[in-house]
Design a protein around this ligand. Structure first.
Ligand code: ATP
Ligand code: MG
Length: 290
């Protein structure tokens, strides 16, 4: 592809502020909720949670944007979005300050769901941004510009398993954090460090930030370990932990290899239904407190 080609945004009219639409079945937040899915521990279900919660919210009639801020690009893959090197992506929005709308892609399977894809280029963004002015606020600034003209109910940001500059950009841009916790031994390991980072960001860069949601993932009802971990997490995060628990399920793990969320892949599976319920819980809680 010609590296300087101008890429036409795909039907941004859908996202225009005044566009009329049918009444969603899920409650709409009063203002856009920007949620970051973070946990620096790898493989705990961040991406799976980000894409399936986003799908659940969109399926409830809400407008949702997923921002993939992980160079692995797993969320882009799971949502069926092309993200080869050179695709206009999160990298350009952060490093070259492209408007988000120029890189936004429509999720092919789910109406109302839009994706800012990540490519491997994003691995270089940490270095590319190091000497830049306002390096921690690039995502926040990009979203502010987006919301001047366009509207979505939810922005869900999928983070890499680290607390570097990419995750920091997400934490500065967001109001809320959703932490997925895998129901395994060492589940809470690293959460303390994440909480420390959150407090640091809160104190210096983003007053608004709150840990609003904890979601238990990969729960295996046959093991004592899962129920012990779940009980411990609920003790630590009594208010934040959703009642819905995501079970370990083969369908959930298979869906990304078809470029699909588990909702579009097997809607009636237990995994898909758990994510539908979790999305509903998030929407209902949010309508009360945001
Ligand atoms: P990373 O830290 O690398 O970004 P992550 O936290 O985003 O990882 P995922 O990629 O969502 O984690 O999940 C890790 C692995 O576990 C994946 O192979 C995924 O398919 C699988 N997985 C996630 N949730 C479930 C589930 N409920 N049941 C079965 N497998 C799951
Ligand atoms: Mg991931």
């Amino acid at each position: 592809m010609d590296e300087f080609a101008i890429i036409e945004p795909e039907a941004p009219d859908d996202l225009a502020i005044d566009v009329s639409r049918e009444t969603p079945t899920l409650p709409q937040p009063l203002s856009p909720r920007i949620m970051v899915v973070a946990n620096q521990k790898g493989g705990v279900g961040k991406t799976t949670t980000a894409v399936n919660i986003a799908a659940g919210l969109a399926q409830g009639g809400l407008k949702v944007m997923v921002i993939d801020i992980d160079p692995q690009g797993n969320a882009s893959t799971a949502l069926g979005i092309e993200h080869d090197e050179g695709t206009t992506s999160t990298y350009e929005c952060l490093v070259d300050q492209y408007p988000i709308i120029d890189a936004l892609r429509r999720c092919p399977d789910i109406p109302g769901l839009w994706v800012l894809p990540a490519t491997v280029d994003l691995a270089g963004a940490e270095v590319g941004l190091v000497a830049s002015v306002s390096r921690e606020t690039r995502m926040k600034d990009a979203l502010a510009t987006f919301f001047e003209k366009y509207y979505v109910d939810y922005v869900i940001i999928d983070c890499p398993p680290s607390l570097g500059l990419l995750t920091l950009n997400a934490l500065v841009a967001a109001q809320e954090i959703l932490i997925p916790i895998q129901c395994e031994y060492y589940a809470l390991e690293g959460v303390t460090q994440l909480l420390r980072t959150i407090n640091l960001v809160k104190g210096r860069l983003n007053e608004e930030l709150v840990l609003s949601t904890v979601l238990l993932t990969m729960y295996d009802g046959r093991t004592n370990l899962s129920s012990q971990v779940a009980a411990e997490v609920r003790r630590h995060f009594e208010r934040e932990t959703l009642d819905t628990v995501i079970p370990r399920s083969v369908r959930v793990a298979e869906a990304p290899s078809y470029g699909q969320t588990v909702l579009s892949y097997q809607y009636n599976s237990v995994g898909a239904q758990a994510y539908v319920e979790a999305a509903q819980e998030i929407a209902e809680r949010g309508a009360k407190s945001f």
